[in-house]
Design a protein around this ligand. Structure first.
Ligand SMILES: Cc1cc2nc3c(=O)[nH]c(=O)nc-3n(C[C@H](O)[C@H](O)[C@H](O)COP(=O)(O)OP(=O)(O)OC[C@H]3O[C@@H](n4cnc5c(N)ncnc54)[C@H](O)[C@@H]3O)c2cc1C
Length: 386
């Protein structure tokens, strides 16, 4: 066990205790029925874990990003999936950093108590994908309202959220000097919006992840729901990405440990050719290699969090942690599935479920290729490719 893993034992023990109420069967049934893990998310919220990053003055626990990452890691290491609720932990950061005093006073205490869920962030669009500055959803000011038109895709947890942060263009692309300008972010009250200009169409997908297409047809929202200054929304969204990447890295690390724990036990117990399969080095080495990579990714996660908590630039480290952790958990997932043989495919072993769940992080919230591109251009100074 690394020295970091021995730290934060209070948080680790508390999350493990809570997760004992939600054993493998709970998540298996939730996955089979394709429903939302409401009881699990409620338990995490009631225990205050989802408010980890909200400052104490707003009713949260004011923990560091490092501590928040340990919460996510432990949830996934216990067999759960933080993806059901991680938005509640970090989406509020946009409001906290860029919201007005009135907005913060109005929303943050209720988000901290769990009375309001701010679990959704609407950025991705079907026709523009990763090329975010080309988004076509528009917000046009009309008196004391903004009128929203356009479409989003893959917007998660809408059906289990009260609020959403929405990115829309307020100045057309051909009228701005820099393409990253002219976009704004809004806080959208989903109860007011759905059926009054916002239509939600769920997307059935590979993992049991509640995610949706959104259609905006003259949705009107109050002008005071603009967060920060008009036109600066893209910068505000970017400000929140480092925390998101470090936390999702931690989820992958939790998954990685889960796979390593499970497969290590299985290969000790499974006897084939008269000996445990784990006695074969052909079985040991892929597991050992995956473990080494999970540990290395975990160190990069701690480094990203350390810099973030010290208010130092951490974009490179957060991106690298996300890539290393997503790769390491995927490597561990493959070793775990492989050495379970046929049983890896049986739902009752939970390996196939976790395998599907961890695969997502090669693509979302940012694809591995885009991280490589960031490092090539911004760290190594290679020519800009797009
Ligand atoms: C389950 C799920 C939940 C999601 N939740 C949310 C959410 O809550 N809110 C939200 O806004 N979005 C969400 N997303 C969207 C997610 O962030 C995007 O899917 C992701 O950023 C990739 O964008 P894209 O799907 O449009 O892929 P594209 O941009 O079409 O890219 C497809 C692939 O092409 C490659 N690629 C693209 N451009 C380049 C390039 N320049 N160089 C090299 N390779 C490239 C990458 O490998 C990429 O994976 C979610 C997605 C999923 C699947």
């Amino acid at each position: 066990m690394s020295s970091h893993a021995e730290q934060f034992t209070e948080i680790r023990d508390a999350i493990r205790d809570l997760c004992k109420q939600f054993p493998d069967e709970y998540f298996r049934k939730i996955d089979e029925a394709r429903v939302y893990p409401e009881a699990f998310v409620n338990a995490l919220t009631e225990a205050g874990w989802m408010a980890a990053l909200i400052p104490q003055e707003y009713g949260g626990s004011g923990l560091s990003l490092t501590e928040a990452s340990v919460i996510m890691e432990e949830i996934n290491r216990c067999g759960g999936n933080s993806g059901a609720c991680h938005g509640q932990m970090y989406n509020m950061g946009t409001l906290l950093r860029h919201g007005s005093k009135e907005q913060k006073d109005l929303y943050l205490p209720k988000i901290a108590s769990g009375e309001l869920r701010l679990q959704s962030m609407g950025v991705t669009e079907p026709t523009t994908g990763t090329d975010t500055t080309k988004i076509k959803t528009t917000a046009v000011k009309n008196g004391d309202r903004y009128v929203i038109n356009g479409q989003k895709v893959w917007i998660s947890r809408i059906q289990h959220s009260d609020l959403m942060i929405l990115l829309a263009r307020t100045t057309p692309l051909d009228q701005v000097t820099k393409k990253s300008e002219g976009m704004s972010i809004f806080i959208v009250n989903l109860h007011d919006a759905i059926g009054h200009g916002l239509t939600v169409k769920p997307i059935l997908n590979m993992v049991n992840h509640e995610t949706n297409e959104l259609f905006f047809d003259n949705l009107e929202i109050p002008a005071e729901n603009l967060i920060g200054e008009e036109g600066k929304g893209f910068k505000y969204i970017l400000d929140g990405l480092n925390a998101e990447r470090a936390l999702i890295a931690a989820e992958c690390i939790g998954d990685g440990y889960w796979f390593i724990d499970r497969v290590s036990q299985y290969v000790k117990d499974r006897i084939v050719f008269g000996r445990p399969i784990g006695q074969n080095q052909g079985v040991q080495f892929p597991i050992a290699r995956a473990h080494i990579n999970v540990e290395a990714a975990s160190l990069m996660r701690y480094e990203a969090c350390r810099l973030f908590d010290a208010k130092l630039p951490c974009g490179t480290e957060a991106n690298m942690a996300k890539l290393l952790a997503a790769d390491a958990s995927w490597e561990a997932a493959n070793a775990c599935l492989q050495f379970h043989g046929g049983f890896g495919f049986a739902c009752e072993y939970d390996v196939e479920r976790k395998f599907r769940e961890t695969r997502l992080y090669q693509v979302a919230p940012i694809s591995t290729n885009l991280i490589l591109s960031y490092v090539a251009e911004h760290v190594l100074g290679l020519p800009r490719s797009f």
